[in-house]
Design a protein around this ligand. Sequence first.
Ligand code: AP5
Ligand code: ZN
Length: 205
Amino acid sequence: KTYIFLGPPGAGKGTQAQRLVEEKGFVQISTGDILREAVKKGTELGKKAKEYMEAGKLVPDDIIIGIIKEKLKELEGKDIILDGFPRTIPQAEALDKMLPEVGRKLDGVILFDVPDEEVIKRLSGRRVDPKTGKVYHIIFNPPPPEIEVIQRDDDKEEVIRKRLEVYHSQTAPLIEYYKKQNKLQVIDATRSPDEVYTELLSVLK
Ligand code: AP5
Ligand code: ZN
């Protein structure tokens, strides 16, 4: 199976993908996680991506498409969730070309629908366990006291606003793109994580 998780920053894509990994054996391909790891390690990729990410801008398409190509080869035969890719029309077109080459077809695109005000609440309270990558929220999903959590560099208010702007201008056009392909399923992602998960399971056939 091959699914895309589409939606604004802070919609809960990563949270829900993690649960599908734990409970349903999916593999999550998060371009954001891959890039953050590269930045942390200081690799060539990380050096190229850092400035874009800190500014809340998108990393250039050719870099991202290269990463995905490699991952798709590596994960042949696995059920995957593309979390945070594609994010532009050129990325989506590149994916349409790549999938048949690795023997896949797109099973669905899940749009996590949440308004901007909710995004800001979620991202300003987000914390991450740097050891496991697990995502928490200081109010909605507090980390256990023994876990030391950190805040993502791009979860500062000015950067959050920029990321939202980038989402609306560059990523939201994908909604029409996948509607036309008859692949789009919309989930009300404002509800609790459990409720969102239940609805998610009902749309993943
Ligand atoms: P990326 O890491 O993909 O960030 P994003 O899309 O902005 O999404 P987030 O990870 O912020 O949100 P999420 O939907 O996963 O929410 P989460 O589950 O964590 O990308 C980062 C950067 O990398 C980009 O800005 C860009 O520079 C670059 N990049 C990545 N992919 C790229 C691409 N394809 N092309 C170009 N550049 C790319 O949840 C958020 C918070 O809310 C958490 O605290 C969580 O606990 C809480 N929460 C989750 N669900 C609920 C709920 N139902 N109710 C209440 N709280 C909830
Ligand atoms: Zn995420």
